[in-house]
Design a protein around this ligand. Structure first.
Ligand code: AMP
Length: 309
């Protein structure tokens, strides 16, 4: 695996890979890898010839300075894990490389970026996400780009952006990886103390309670939400939002007859967590599209040398 720090070198490297007929996959991340990131990298490794993982803690998408300052960072560990998974390139640019002096452009997806997370965190959050992802897609020009279903609104917003801006990439969405007790893996989980870690299952239990009510025949969004809220209450966790929306438009649904996204956000102590489930109202046997976290295995034949560029 090689580490690349500059846009120019990244472009040169990808041009070489393309000239050799290699299919390029990009996994955008902010580092502090966990099994969710590993799942994206493994999927890219399985489908692509050249796997690029970007590691950039994007200041533009943080709405709280303290959140940015406290965001977990461990590049040496990330590098070793990416290498063990057979990643070819770690693209780890500096903030100045991505946002040089005079940078003035922002990509905003109106509507989709303004609700749910956008409403809580401000419209600037998804503008920050879209701007950096558009730049990464332009710098790396991958055939495939990998994102997690964990950030369901991000998926909807990026699909819109890629379609609207005619960016020639296919988005691959990977199911949410969870701890054995259901908590969705997140880089922010390290901030939870023992008591908060116990209470944090409130989010996934809310989703499972709504799924159970759906299986029992409930299709009314308010009753499904009530079932989810009831499951959170014993953990003393109050959601910032708990919404049943269309997965593409993110608009509230009147009835869960087809696909619906149940999205939840809540603070547990100081730590803000999000989770979601795709509900299928027309299918009585709900598909379980989740996987439980597993430790990283070193793939046979994975490169063991690291070169800094
Ligand atoms: P982040 O480093 O938090 O920006 O996440 C990088 C990518 O990993 C995003 O596409 C996330 O949606 C995805 N991701 C984060 N957590 C999980 C998870 N628990 N399961 C699957 N994908 C995840």
């Amino acid at each position: 695996m090689i580490t690349i720090r500059t846009k120019a070198e990244m472009r040169r490297h990808v041009a070489g890979a393309r000239a050799a007929g290699r299919r390029v996959g990009l996994v955008p991340t902010m580092g502090a890898f966990h099994a969710g990131h590993h799942a994206l990298m493994a999927a890219a490794r399985a489908a692509c010839d050249e796997v690029v993982v970007s590691l950039f803690v994007n200041p533009a998408q943080f709405d709280e300075a303290s959140d940015l300052a406290d965001y977990p960072r461990d590049e040496a560990r990330d590098l070793a894990e990416a290498e063990a998974l057979g990643v070819d390139v770690l693209f780890a640019p500096s903030p100045d490389e991505i946002y040089p002096a005079g940078f003035a452009t922002s990509v905003r997806v109106a509507g989709l970026g303004d609700v749910l997370e956008g409403a809580e965190r401000g419209a600037g959050h998804f503008a920050g996400v879209c701007t950096v992802v558009a730049k990464l897609l332009n710098i790396v020009s991958p055939d495939l780009a990998y994102f997690g279903q964990k950030d369901a609104q991000q998926v909807a917003v990026l699909r819109r952006m890629v379609a609207d801006l005619d960016i020639p990439v296919r988005l691959e969405i990977i199911p949410t990886v969870r701890e054995p007790d259901g908590l969705a893996l997140s880089s922010r989980n390290v901030h939870l103390d023992a008591g908060e870690r116990g209470r944090a299952v409130a989010l996934s239990q809310a989703l499972r309670a709504a799924e159970a009510a759906l299986r029992d025949g409930e299709r009314d969004p308010e009753r499904l939400r009530a079932a989810a809220l009831d499951a959170m209450a014993p953990h003393d966790v109050t959601p910032e939002y708990l919404a049943l929306v269309d997965p593409d438009s993110l608009q509230p649904v009147d009835r869960v007859d087809g696909r619906a996204l149940l999205a939840v956000a809540a603070r547990v102590g100081q730590t803000r967590l999000i989770d979601n489930a795709l509900l299928e109202g027309s299918d009585p046997s709900l598909q379980q599209s989740e996987v439980t976290s597993r430790p990283v295995a070193t793939p046979v034949g994975a490169s063991t040398t690291t070169k800094e560029i």
